[in-house]
Design a protein around this ligand. Structure first.
Ligand SMILES: O=C(O)[C@H](CS(=O)(=O)O)OP(=O)(O)O
Length: 225
C-alpha cells in the first residue's frame, strides 16, 4: 500500500486513490459529534453563496457556516462542537461550509473515494482503510484555511500512517503538546472565536468508532464499522 501525506487545498487537488481529508480543528471533529447526535446526512459545500442558496431552497435544513474560524452571519451555527452539545439532530440534513475541511472535499476530484478524519475517529478510519486495502492512500492534512500547515492536522495524518504501518505513535503525548502549540488559541483569553471546550472535544482520541464517508452524490454520511 502506497501512503502519501499531502497538505492543504493544493494537496487535496493532487490526492488519488482512497483519500482521507483531515480537519481536526474543527470541521471533521464537529461532523462526528453531529452524527453522534443523530444527523442523517451532511452536505459539504465549498462556496458560501452556494450554501446559502441551498438553505434558501430547504429552510428546514441547518446551515453551518464558518470563515476564518467565525460563524458566518445568517447561518444557524458556526463550526464549534461545544456550540451544539446536547442538541438533537435526529433526521436532520446539515449544510456545512468551512475554510479548510469542506474545501478539501470539494477539491479532491482525483480521489477514488473520500473519507474524512480527525483525531476523534482516526483509529476507525485506519480500520476502514485496512479493510479496503487499496493500492494507494492519500492522507490530506487540510491546514489553516486550507493554505498553511496546521500541526494538529499533520499530527493526525502521521498518526493514521503510523497505525497503518503498525508503528508505535505517542498520540496522547502529542495531543497534550498541542495545548502549547497549534491549540493554544483555544486557551487565549483574548480570543473570542475558538471556545476553550472545543480543544478537548476535538482531541478526544478515538472517541468515535465510525467513519464519515463522502458518497457519490457528494453528501457525507456516517458509516458504522
Ligand atoms: O473553524 C475552524 O476551526 C477552522 C478555521 S481555519 O481553518 O483556521 O480558518 O476551519 P476548518 O475548516 O474547520 O479548518
Amino acid at each position: 500500500m502506497e501512503i502519501n501525506i499531502l497538505e492543504c487545498i493544493d494537496g487535496a487537488k493532487q490526492a488519488k486513490g482512497l483519500t482521507v481529508i483531515i480537519d481536526v480543528f474543527r470541521a471533521f471533529s464537529l461532523e462526528c459529534y453531529l452524527f453522534q447526535q443523530g444527523a442523517e446526512r451532511i452536505i459539504p459545500i465549498g462556496d458560501l453563496d452556494q450554501a446559502f442558496a441551498l438553505k434558501a431552497k430547504h429552510p428546514d435544513w441547518y446551515l453551518f457556516g464558518e470563515r476564518k474560524g467565525a460563524k458566518v452571519d445568517g447561518c444557524d451555527f458556526g463550526n464549534s462542537p461545544c456550540e451544539v452539545a446536547n442538541i438533537d439532530f435526529s433526521h436532520k440534513t446539515i449544510i456545512h461550509t468551512t475554510s479548510a475541511g469542506t474545501q478539501g472535499i470539494v477539491n479532491a476530484k482525483g480521489a477514488d473515494e473520500i473519507v474524512t478524519a480527525s483525531i476523534v475517529n482516526a483509529k476507525a478510519v485506519t480500520k476502514y482503510i485496512q479493510q479496503k486495502n487499496p493500492d494507494c492512500v492519500s492522507i490530506v492534512a487540510m491546514g489553516n484555511q486550507g493554505v498553511s500547515r496546521a500541526d494538529e492536522d499533520l499530527l493526525c495524518a502521521k498518526y493514521i500512517k503510523a497505525l497503518l504501518e503498525k508503528k508505535e505513535f505517542p498520540i496522547e503525548q502529542e495531543v497534550e503538546a498541542l495545548k502549547n502549540g497549534a491549540g493554544a488559541k483555544f486557551f487565549d483569553p483574548a480570543n473570542l472565536i475558538f471556545p476553550e471546550e472545543d480543544f478537548a472535544l476535538c482531541t478526544d482520541v478515538n472517541r468515535f468508532d465510525f467513519v464519515i464517508q463522502v458518497t457519490k452524490n457528494g453528501n457525507v454520511v456516517e458509516k458504522n464499522r
